[in-house]
Design a protein around this ligand. Sequence first.
Ligand code: MG
Length: 456
Amino acid sequence: MKDLLRHFLFVCLTGLGVLEADVRPNVIVIFTDDLGYGDLGCYGSPVIRTPHLDRMADEGVRFTDFYSAAEVCTPSRAALLTGRYPIRSGMCGTERRVLFPNSKGGLPPEEVTVAEALLEAGYATMQIGKWHLGIHEGSRPLEQGFERRFGVPYSNDMDAVPNLPKGAVGSPNPPEKGWNFPLLRDDEIIEQPVDQTTLTKRYTEEAVKFIREKKDGPFFLYLAHTFPHVPMFASPDFKGKSRAGIYGDAVEEIDWSVGEVLEALRKEGIAEKTLVIFTSDNGPWMVMNDQGGCAGPLRDGKGSTWEGGMRVPCLMWMPGKIKPAVSHATVNAMDVMPTALAMAGVPLPKDVVIDGVDLSSLLFEGKPLEDRPFFYYRGDRLYACRMGEWKAHFHTKGGFGPALKEESHDPPLLFHLGRDVSEERNVASKHPEVIERMREAVKSHQKDLVPGKPQL
Ligand code: MG
């Protein structure tokens, strides 16, 4: 109804020659790969320089308690685009949780993505960069709501050439032709292997071009960077410049890219009508050592349900509309879709459980969100739960490494994230009542849960 009214207003005003552009806001999601909680200046990195992201944080909201909805790439992206826990779409598997070039499944065609909903409402849509939600019919970007695509189908360490030297993936100087990794425009391969040193720059050029072309709006742009996922590459302008080595070079180039995107919005005069969200798909890949990023004060990283695996940097920016602030609200990537759709006046998909919530009142009016639990999944297993400052771990397992072993906990491990953000002091024995509330929350979440067919 709201949408109809807006359209009516739009048609009337344009009919009178008062308004030339659509009044609905544009949305840009910039998604990095394996960026750690501690890797940006505005999140405390003492070594990586990120002046553009720091400025974005100063002008927008910087979230301290933002979560990706999974601890690895594929399910995290499924959740971002559908607003649903990956277990509902089946995009989480059991132990193997990431799509590979030879994987059969992909994001099921019947899932409604934020791009599909906005496209149907008249938005121009484009996907740039990493997809990683399937390469088969029905799952590809052009079949999941994007009119255009410029990017790569999966992670840049996949499709390695035969005889790739051991350790090449995590090397500070990976071989440039070590991966037979393709770059696509729409559904056509345009370069294989792609020169990975050019990727961040070319994604940025495409993004700026799209913004200029679609400046009259409304548009939805999903810009998912390949880096800082290993193997690490940066363009000659950035290589060798950061104190943090090639990992820092890659992050500093992404920072430059964000600066270019925001500057394009300012130049076109559409910054005030564009919501830009910057975040990461999961935490840093700790086993990659120097090429693995930093989770700051958080425990562990990518692959685990400790905070370092899923709590990630997140900035939201819309100058003049979003008041600059640091927010401690517990929010997550599944909130992106309901927020974007609410701003566009588009209803949520019917007959589908959406786990995220609309953040508009928090962003635009500074109102607190209603309390809600957040569930940490590893594959299709619920490992942990957060309610308020409390987090209970029912199971734990390290992210990656040779000695991975799941440990189950009864009673669960309990940490107070306000007083112990590094999850070092288990206080379960002192707070049985909190654990009881957590068990209830999990029970109620799982009561009507219908897991999707595993798609990996
Ligand atoms: Mg990742």
